[in-house]
Design a protein around this ligand. Sequence first.
Ligand code: ADP
Ligand code: ZN
Length: 834
Amino acid sequence: MCKTVQVAVPVPLKVGDGGEFYSYKVPDNLKDGVQLGKRVLIPFRNSRHVGFIVGFEKPPPNIKPRSILDVIDEKPLFDQKRLEFLKWVANYYVSSLGIVLKVAHPGGLGVRLRRLIGITDNGIKALDDGELSARELLVLRTVYNAKGITSKKLLALIESATRVSESHQGNELLNSLRRRSLIEFNYELKSNPKVKMEKIIVAGDGANLKSRFLERKPAKAQILEYVLTHGSMPLSDLKEIFGNLGIHLNWLEERGLIKIRLEKVSRDPFSEMKIPKDFPPELTVDQEIACSRLREFVQAGKYSPFLLHGVTGSGKTEVYLRTTEEVIKQGKEVVMLVPEISLTPQLVRRAKGRLGNQVAVIHSALSDGERFDAWRMASTGEVKVLIGARSAIFAPFKNLGMIVVDEEHDSSYKQDESPAYNARDLALVLGKITSSVVVLGSATPSLESYCNAVKHKFHYLKLPLRVENRSLPQVSVIDMKHVPVDVKRGESRDNIFSTKLERAIQDNYNNKRQTILFLNRRGFSTLIICPACGDVQKCPNCSVSLTYHVKKNSVSRLESGMRMCHLCGLSEKLTAGCANCGASVRVYGVGTQKVEKELKRLVPKASVIRVDRDAVQGKTKFLKLYDKIQKAEIDVIIGTQMVAKGHDLPGVTLVGVISADMSLGMSDFRSGERTFQLVTQVAGRAGRGEEPGYVIVQTYDPDHPSIKYALRQDSIGFLDNEIKLRRELDYPPFSRLVNVRFSGRFESETSEIAVSTGEIVRELISKLPSGTARVLGPSPCPIRKIRNRYRFQMLLKSHNSDVLHVLSRKILALTSKRSERVRVSIDMDPYNFN
Ligand code: ADP
Ligand code: ZN
């Protein structure tokens, strides 16, 4: 029986000394329930938290531990082996173990802490004493009568009683009462509901009387019309179409034209998906070789990493599925990572079609309860395969046999915030700990993985041909420098399509084939400028220019559009007059919406869809679109990188890359690699069916190596060339980087802390043997300000990751004492330098 436990708490690593857990006493009545891997309710600083039991060592003698309040779980969430892995993550990414544990258990695993406000004995006395203001008295009375109430409810009650908005002062009022011990905060554990509730809109009984009410209210009439034609529909779908429609809905509801119902829904798109049984095809020779090599290592049950380098359409998925069957035969389990689950329906479909209900899918449309179920089924072995995005690397399998990382080059495996882990890299660490086979698959391997294969750290498997002897698409390049600007078209001087691409789109449409057009910029126009004074509209919160977006069906007038910030989400109506001088503003630059509009002119009868973050907001929407594309109901798909991700769309024969240059302008050392991957991947969407495919790439820089190699789809050539550059410049994987980022509301304070930290770090490094580490910066980030926080960064470079860890912890220790207002984050092996 243990008297004390060590608890990891999900709060940021403060001191940076690795002491990320806290000691607690276990009261007698809870002793039986205490076990490694369970969660406990604990007092922490001034409030209560949920923490994880991670050990049982005695606290240091100078520490007087407090007592835990409750044990939450019946069964542990993790064992010693898994803890070892999670500790590795916390340590390597310089994050707190508590936060890693929280991230590793998605959806909070179905518990929340609810804060209830209660009255104290002092408070009850004060009710009569009368030393209080009227508002304070009102609050106290309400709390007294309610016997436990959340602050949100309390403030709403007060607000309706006084008719004064309390939102910004309410919390202050509560805190002041609490400081005087008149009220207290109690915490209650609350299980999250297993099911999601959703608002459903249905036509009301009075809906047919609409004409009388709606003659002069076109917006409301439109909404009602839509509801009438579709029967019932979720509010979220309606919002996707009409934007924010709060007042309209209330108005319609008050008049009985619609009804709003709350319904329990589990709209799990993957469980609703009709899945035909999938029969294994006969393997190609290369697939056969790859599968038999993998089988050998699966049977040996040892850690063995593989790079599966297969050109687009070479049948990598088939290799994953066959090997998965082998792993299951061995009584083991498989984690399959994909960059973005909602964009990879075909992998899910094929895995489920082949392996049935042994497969669970974790994705963002699940409720916390459903997520919890998938997690639980993995931990009990009820399912053998878990497919998910990066966080699925934390799946609690007890008997892991293989980890697959599909499209391993994809940067979405890297998490931006702490712990800034890369699931691709973690797959290797976990593989080692669990003695598993790790398969990293890609048509355009990352330089890191390729180097590992060259150095024989990875086994290298190659699928150099497309299945069924399909040819790789023909690619041609158009140098946009030599395409004359078309002035005739009046409003738009942007050249979107070269004549060659224009013809190709028309021909392809006339031949009843599908086309994908790729442009990695959403919105209509990328700049909003005043032609008179030259003012470029910027976001007030971020240092980027605003993008012009049009609403559906309203491209005619400039003012009917919105100006939006892609960083902070600011979205407001465009005002036609310049704020400086009053002249009419103009919009320039091309985004996907504008391409869509141009297409209407080019192929007026074609059915066109747009696939980008704006058009595909709902998590299930892509699935619907994807079905339509597969059924050939769509002629042209225009999209951002969302269309580049591994889709297998046999009807697509033409791919047009409208501008291949978007990512080349960026200054980080991976921009060439990213451009190569993007162009090659998009091109790879063409000609995957029986008809051959062709690709037209428009660029201003046709001689850039990334473009040249992409045109030939020559990954090895590109990688060999890129390796030379990286080695010369001593960039990863030849060195290690950590990006230390400082952000704060006040530019001068943030800058000052960044600069002085930089000086201390330089000083520290100067004492190490020369060449051990280097500092670059600190300097302002390329995006100087996001959400009103000023940003600075400092890159540390070394050949030894331990050195970087020691320095990072020193930096955290130094800065945490300096200012509460300046946040310092550590990004190991960074991908994002903006
Ligand atoms: P990749 O992921 O390498 O781009 P996929 O795994 O999506 O390729 O396979 C491309 C297409 O080829 C899919 O439609 C798949 O069903 C089919 N396919 C895979 N292997 C074979 C095979 N051995 N024989 C016939 N068709 C195959
Ligand atoms: Zn912004």
